[in-house]
Design a protein around this ligand. Structure first.
Ligand SMILES: [Zn+2]
Length: 258
């Protein structure tokens, strides 16, 4: 028999309230993968741990093994990302990356690289890096680390080189498609040269380098459209937090106060 209690560094992916004052937390832990735990009495005003039971909190949690769900018994905050929480566009992006991690992981399958990816994205949002850059960088890297890297080097259909011209984007064949394959299809989404170059750059860059990418509105929309279609194809469902991202995207952004 191992110890009944253990500690786990984790980021809260989502929460669900139930009963009178309890909450289920879906934790993405650095070492044990995704774990569902119950926080008993967390919604009472007197709960010491309430501040650690919100989505996107990064903390070290103390947990006790339970029959069905493990039970939260203590927490020490590591990062609460205060600047991200002050900006609706950034927090919507935070929920989006957390939802993607939830969709791409099964319970209790450890994935430290994915944990690092999520932590990097949340830190970048908290540092004020534009939400579309962080989200598109995250899309490509979560796909890559999950075994679904889109083909950007050659035509995913015929393996021919992609010409310096508008090609096509076809999630069903695995990524970019050359103009001559595209001409044989009844409909494919056009992939502009600069969108292809941006996707290649984002895939090989770390987030600090990705943040130097200049995304104007048409390019932002094109990348968003292509990766959303790709993720929908891979996951066979929509990402629900994209609705909030769409709603906040066109709101005027308040100046950051420092
Ligand atoms: Zn082709």
């Amino acid at each position: 028999m191992g110890s009944r209690t253990y500690r786990a560094e984790a980021i809260v992916l989502k929460t669900n309230d139930f009963a009178e004052a309890d909450r289920i937390l879906v934790l993405f832990t650095r070492h044990f993968g995704k774990v569902r735990v119950v926080a008993k009495g967390i919604r009472r005003a007197t709960s010491r741990m309430a501040g650690h039971a919100e989505p996107l909190t990064h903390a070290t949690y103390q947990l006790a093994r339970g029959r069905e769900l493990d039970v939260l018994t203590g927490a020490e905050a590591r990062a609460i990302y205060p600047d991200m929480r002050d900006d609706l566009a950034l927090i919507a992006a935070g929920w989006y990356v957390a939802e993607l991690v939830d969709r791409f992981t099964a319970d209790r399958v450890p994935s430290a690289p994915l944990f690092d990816l999520l932590e990097t994205a949340l830190r970048a949002l908290d540092a004020g890096i534009a939400a579309p850059v962080v989200c598109r960088w995250f899309d490509l890297h979560v796909l890559d680390r999950s075994g679904f890297r889109p083909e950007l080097g050659v035509c995913a259909h015929c393996r021919a080189a992609l010409g310096e011209q508008t090609n096509a984007w076809e999630p069903a064949v695995g990524g970019a498609m050359c103009a001559s394959c595209a001409a044989k299809q009844s409909y494919v989404a056009p992939l502009t040269v600069r969108a292809l170059k941006s996707l290649r750059y984002l895939l090989v860059s770390d987030l600090a380098a990705a943040a130097r990418l200049r995304l104007d509105a048409p390019l932002t929309h094109e990348l968003d459209r292509h990766l959303r279609a790709f993720l929908r194809y891979v996951l066979d469902r929509d990402i629900s937090s994209t609705r909030l991202l769409d709603e906040v995207r066109d709101l005027p952004r308040p100046a950051r106060v420092s």
